[in-house]
Design a protein around this ligand. Structure first.
Ligand code: 4AD
Ligand code: MG
Length: 477
């Protein structure tokens, strides 16, 4: 008897047939009804162990989270909700589970509690749904770019350069703590280190991505990214996943168009393919919001919000226009921002970004053309000489989900800028070669994968959309 996954079985008509299912016990009621889950869906399969058919010693071992192999007959279900159930012929205990010691109860646990039990939380409905959706989004990312002819480029995790020039890198070293080799001036001698130089975990694959784009035309990366930002927020991880497409011959507008199309594509993909999990997450969110005061609740449900995003253009505006809106807003005048909006040139805080998307436009926003002074060295200078062809995409409830730009392809302009910003030319000689040998206008962006998952699943803390979150003072699992 071949094993069938519960998701597949539940899609069938309840024609009488023998099946084998395997999974973990969620609940066992009245010494008779087993709710079995195998991770393929949140819907448990009801298995009936007919009274008197099985030894008491076996029934005792059917405890929460024990693993079972069951062979039985499919019959129409008399209970409501499900159209079929399985009448067990044989039950085999694959692995016992001590119900007293098992940390998860069949009741609802808080997300905070489950974060402490991250090694087991996949076995709950919420995390089952979140991680199946995460998988589907990842698949959709690859499908989107593959269908457009982009090459998936695997950029390095260990690197010698700081792609963002923000100095938030984790050092990679094999040097001993004690007796670290030193230069004469007392600085660490990295010539003695594994790579013979100072190396770090990557903060972005972009610079290597540009090398790929100026050969293949269009590439994307999708991999882990590391930032030693000391931000303990619901939107920051020290290890997160980023998708970074990079395209030759694209200007800023082409870049924004691609980003919008991409985001809509992956949302549409999960709406079409993961409806059961999304409906579950929508209900979870609605229940959670019932605890909040009326004015803190979302205007739209999760599904409605996702459909709204699909059916409406993102709002595009310049940084300059955004500053005007923020400055003139009642919110600013009534001093409701923690950081008052002083004027042109200031960096936007997440409270400002969220005001724009949640209060003012009430839809995703693409902000473009930021002051050069608050953006990375590689962004292309605009005609005005003071702004760069940058774009950030801001999402309701999240804030920034995408950062990107048209790149500075003019060697002389780039060199001058790097010097001004103190970016060492010697370290990026290979990057500068793209501008020396057949340079082209090109653009790209980075989508923070976990922030995207937060948006799609409605999970408010980023720690709940990555399997094993790494944050300041926390790397337990
Ligand atoms: O805006 P960022 O820093 O842009 C870059 O790294 C560019 N090199 C991308 C490119 O043009 N190829 O980061 C891009 C996105 C952010 O918009 C955010 O969604 C996410 O990465 N991100 C984080 N997500 C979780 N935790 C963090 N600490 C993050 N830092 C950035
Ligand atoms: Mg950014």
């Amino acid at each position: 008897n071949k094993r069938i996954k519960i998701k597949e079985l539940l899609q069938q008509e309840p024609a009488e047939q023998q099946v084998t299912v395997m999974g973990w016990v969620r609940t066992f009621r009245n010494n008779q009804f087993i709710a079995l889950n195998d991770g393929s869906t949140n819907t448990n399969l009801q298995v009936v162990a007919t009274l008197g058919m099985f030894d008491e010693s076996l029934l005792k071992r059917i405890t929460t989270s024990a693993s079972l192999k069951i062979t039985g007959t499919v019959v129409p279900s008399v209970g409501k909700g499900q159209k079929l159930e399985v009448k067990a012929d044989t039950i085999e205990i694959l692995g016992d589970s001590d119900a007293e010691a098992y940390p998860l109860q069949p009741k609802k646990h808080s997300l905070e509690f489950l974060r402490e039990k991250a090694h087991l939380r996949f076995r709950t409905n919420t995390f089952g749904a979140v991680f199946r959706v995460r998988h589907a989004l990842a698949f959709a990312v690859h499908r989107f770019f593959n269908d457009k002819g982009f090459v998936y480029l695997h950029t390095p995790i260990v690197t010698a350069s700081d792609a963002e020039g923000a100095g938030e890198m984790f050092r990679v070293t094999t040097l001993p703590f004690e007796n670290t080799p030193r230069n004469e001036d007392g600085s660490v001698n990295f010539k003695e280190d594994f790579f013979g130089k100072s190396t770090n975990l990557t903060v972005s694959g972009q610079l290597e991505g540009e090398l790929g784009a100026t050969a293949f035309g269009e590439i994307y990366t999708f991999g882990p990214t590391f930032r030693a930002e000391n931000s303990n927020t619901a939107r920051h991880l020290a290890e997160f996943w980023m998708i970074e497409p990079e395209m030759a011959f694209y200007d800023l507008e082409d870049n924004a168009n691609l980003a919008e199309e991409f985001i809509k594509y992956i949302i549409r993909y999960v709406l079409e393919n993961n409806r059961e999990d999304l409906d579950f997450l929508a209900q979870r969110l609605a229940d959670e919001e019932k605890q909040l005061p009326q004015d803190k609740r979302s205007e739209m449900g999760l599904i409605e919000k996702l459909e709204f995003v699909l059916n409406n253009d993102f709002q595009r505006l310049s940084y300059t226009e955004a500053i005007d809106i923020l400055k003139e807003s009642n919110h600013n005048k009534k001093k409701k921002f923690q950081y008052p909006v002083t004027g042109w040139g200031m960096d936007l805080q997440s409270e400002h970004e969220r005001y724009l998307v949640e209060k003012h436009f009430k839809k995703p926003v693409i902000l473009m053309n930021y002051p050069a002074s608050i953006k990375a060295f590689y962004m292309r200078i605009n005609e005005d000489g003071k702004t760069v062809a940058a774009m950030d995409i801001l999402a309701p409830g999240i804030g920034e989900i995408v950062g990107g730009s048209q790149r500075e392809e003019r060697l002389d302009v780039l060199l001058e800028k790097m010097e001004k910003m103190g970016i060492p030319e010697e370290e990026l000689w290979w990057y500068l070669d793209t501008r020396r040998f057949g340079t082209v206008p090109h653009s790209g962006f980075g989508l923070g994968f976990e922030r995207m998952i937060q948006f799609v699943t409605g999970m408010s803390n980023i720690r709940d959309v990555i399997a094993f979150p790494r944050t300041p003072k926390s790397a337990e699992f």
